[in-house]
Design a protein around this ligand. Sequence first.
Ligand SMILES: *Cc1c(COP(=O)(O)O)cnc(C)c1O
Length: 378
Amino acid sequence: MNMIPFNKPYMTGKELWNIAQAHAKGHLAGDGGFTKQCHRWLEQHTGCDKALLTHSCTAGLEMAALLADLQPGDEVIMPSFTFVSTANAFALRGAVPVFVDVRPDTLNLDERLVEAAITPKTRAIVPVHYAGVPCEMDALMDIARRHGLLVIEDAAQGLGSSYKGRALGAIGDLAALSFHETKNIIAGEGGALLVNNERFAERAEIIREKGTNRSQFFRGQVDKYTWVDIGSSYLPSELIAAFLLAQFDEVRDITQRRLAIWKNYHEAFAGLEAAGTLRRPIVPAHCEHNAHMYYLLLPGLAERTQLIEQMKARSVQAVFHYIPLHSAPAGRRYGRVGSASGELPVTSDISDRLVRLPLWLGLEERQAEVIDAVLQCS
Ligand SMILES: *Cc1c(COP(=O)(O)O)cnc(C)c1O
């Protein structure tokens, strides 16, 4: 039997048609008609003030770090249990990632531990919506307001999720989304910066356009365009936007199908959880998630290693992540742990025990094999 892969990019079938239209129009650089439609779609569907497509979520986070005007030595509070880009984008500006532990239930930044990590050098909090399950945004926004800090959402996994009815990415001052092929909505490589604080709207366009006021020039707001600020090239080609728009058109259907697969897993493993063999994901009642990921927490590292091996023998690819950033070589060099004990016990514990199961559109036909493999091997 051939292997059930961990991920398989889903294509709607309309992508090539859109790309052919971009090709026919002859506008291949960024910010053409397809990019504008993607911006409008994101603004309408998330309620963010302004959306700007980028090459990746990483690029969106780098833009956020530039907009925050971070200076060397400034501190940014974030989880250690996350993808490297969350920290790297800020380390690139010379800022110090300050790692705080995650909640044992959602594995999201523990808002109850954030205030203890704030120092006079703290400038921003970066909540990561792990598995597309929202962080406790009311509490985080309140802490940020009281201490004069920015909130920059790493919503790489969060498109289609909401916190108390508000879309992820539309809550913090700034947010970054990912359209990498491992996410729910894809463009191969791609992302977006969402701006919710109008103070950043104009400068975000400038930073994205190599530090020029080109966007204002095209709107007729200035009569020549020139170098006005630092910046880089963060805008993707129209070919990427054309592909992405085809995906946006089907987001509702894609999310519903992913949720059905997620629920199948969740029901299938209820018995193992009741027996104390493993723990299933927890989604708070006030949150709607997008079924970005299905994971299981096993009793320990040995059990996880064994499960992944036994599943592989049954032709199912299961994987784990993340190596906590505070224990990684670059995390030690550029960041620090923001707890009095110098440790992040929940992060260290769960990162050894977490296993992710395949979750992609088309898995429906063979999901029973994945479920069987877990049941047989647990
Ligand atoms: C995928 C991911 C990123 C990076 O996204 P890219 O689009 O590949 O740059 C950043 N943060 C988190 C939490 C992610 O899951």
